[in-house]
Design a protein around this ligand. Structure first.
Ligand SMILES: [Zn+2]
Length: 496
């Protein structure tokens, strides 16, 4: 934790509530202690911000840092087929590569105004300690706040899908599944190592998805999260095809399964949830959990449209995620906010479309809930995660107009200074902590390896494309309790 004091002087403050105002912000020990005009600097380092807007750091509440250099490698595909490309066909990586991957995303996020991330990051089960150490070290070195929820599962991927619609047999397993017991021991050691060790680094619990884990593993992880008072994160009902997979595994929906495990509560966040029905949304609200919306990857994989207006009007906590770069292909939260805003014009009456400022607040408040930390606000008592923006591209006349301009017209090019935990991590748009030319070389070499492996990935994908297309089409044709896809009228009289 930073012991240094900072005074941000004369900034135009855009907070999640209230009007724009010009004021100073004082931070101490990583926390905002005072906001108001004419604060005395005392011993604090002063940052002059007269021509700048100060806003809370943006929060990316769902991503997978192992994919950070996958941009441009993966076709648009439904999730079950996408997994064969993006996850299972990929070349092996070392713990050192894992550091490079996490660092690439951390720099990309910080320099575009995102100060905190919930990383549902892949950790090698055979070397949990070195890989998780590499990821945490990258975030520590970059100066970014992270909740790391190692993404684990113990079932073969083909056992996590419904093959009810397949004309042939279920494919052979892709590898030896990992043992629940070993994974649970690794997770316990991960918490021993990281819980309370660093003010910006928080260990969390992150099963990949209920249908991708044995009951033994899910129960063990629920126990671990309860015993350690830890945040919980998982994928839930991202696609329509998962409705059948969950019913087959548990005889009921994953929402009621998670509720019985005690895993729906404040500090729990559920990525996607596109195919939840209204009762399930009510359950999430009643339990105080958060839904993480990932508009870009939902579009990239054709997963469907989360009814954000219904959720916000119904009082459900909603956060925003970029999702991994294999389904995005960047980690820019301004872009994620823009997509979230525009996607909703395909759902419901225009009088209920959430406008840009509502999506901006959702990103901040929902993100804070997902990470279970006092983030997303510039009030005294909040974490000192502050972004200073040049105002050349924007006209700071009032809060709603400025938030709209930032959501719809910004990509991070106006980001000047980024403060995380009371420390300046980005100045004049560049990291103050990392030698970017060395990192760029390492990233480039790794990215080249991923691209050189694309023909092998194509061959791997080709082995499974027919059967996965068959089960996908079968599930999509079955009646579902809700409809989440936009139905477009066929053009030129085409049939369906
Ligand atoms: Zn995801």
């Amino acid at each position: 934790m930073s012991t240094a004091e900072l005074l941000v002087r004369g900034a135009t403050i855009l907070d999640a509530g209230g009007p724009l105002r010009v004021a100073d912000i004082r931070t101490e020990d990583g926390t905002i202690t005072e906001v108001g005009p004419g604060l005395r600097p005392g011993s604090a380092r002063v940052i002059e911000a007269e021509q700048m807007v100060a806003m809370p750091g943006l929060i990316n509440a769902h991503t997978h840092s192992a994919q950070n250099l996958d941009r441009g490698t993966t076709p648009n595909l439904p999730l079950d087929l996408w997994l064969m490309w993006a996850v299972f066909g990929k070349p092996a990586i070392t713990a050192e590569d894992r550091y490079t991957l996490a660092m690439a995303g951390a720099l990309e996020m910080l320099e575009s105004g995102c100060t905190a991330v919930l990383d549902h990051g892949w950790v090698a089960p055979w070397d949990f300690e070195d890989y998780s150490e590499a990821i945490m070290s990258a975030y520590a070195d970059a100066g970014m706040r992270v909740g790391l929820a190692p993404m684990i599962g113990d079932l073969d991927i083909f056992d996590t899908m419904s093959f009810a619609g397949a004309s042939g047999p279920r494919p052979e397993p892709l590898g030896d599944p990992f043992e629940a017991e070993g994974l649970l021991e690794s997770m316990a050691r991960f918490f021993d190592r990281w819980q309370g060790a660093h003010s910006r680094l928080t260990p969390m619990v992150g099963p990949s998805a209920p249908q991708r884990c044995s009951h033994e593993l899910m129960e063990g992880l629920a126990r671990l999260a309860g015993a350690r008072g830890a945040g919980f994160h998982t994928h839930v009902l991202e696609t329509r095809t998962q409705i059948g997979a969950n019913l087959e595994r548990y005889g009921r929906s994953s929402v009621s399964y998670l509720e019985d495990l005690g895993m729906l509560r404040p500090g729990s966040s559920l990525a996607h949830c596109v195919w939840m029905d209204p009762d399930e949304f009510s359950t999430v609200r009643r339990c105080g959990a958060t839904i993480v919306h990932n508009p870009v990857s939902n579009l990239r994989c054709g997963s469907g449209i989360l009814p954000v207006a219904d959720l916000l009007e119904g009082g459900v906590s909603v956060a925003l995620g970029a999702d991994g770069a294999a389904s995005n292909d960047n980690q820019n939260m301004f872009e994620a906010m823009k997509f979230a805003t525009l996607l909703q014009t395909l759902h419901g009456s225009h009088v209920r479309w959430p406008q840009a400022p509502a999506i901006w607040r959702m990103c901040l408040q929902g993100g804070a809930a997902a990470l279970g930390q006092p983030l997303g606000s510039l009030q005294p008592g909040s974490a000192a995660d502050i972004v200073l923006l040049d105002t050349e591209r924007h006209m700071p006349v009032n809060a709603e107009g400025l938030a709209t301009s930032l959501v719809l017209a910004e990509h991070g090019e106006s980001v000047h200074t980024v403060i995380v935990d009371g420390e300046v991590m980005v100045s004049e748009g560049r990291s103050t902590r990392v030698d970017k030319s060395t990192m760029a070389e390492r990233s480039r070499a790794l990215q080249r390896r991923f691209h050189e492996a694309l023909p092998e990935r194509q061959a791997f994908y080709d082995r499974y494309v027919d059967v996965l297309t068959e089960i996908h089409d079968y599930e999509m044709a079955r009646p579902a309790p809700v409809e989440r896809l936009a139905r477009i009228t066929p053009a030129f009289g085409a049939a369906g």
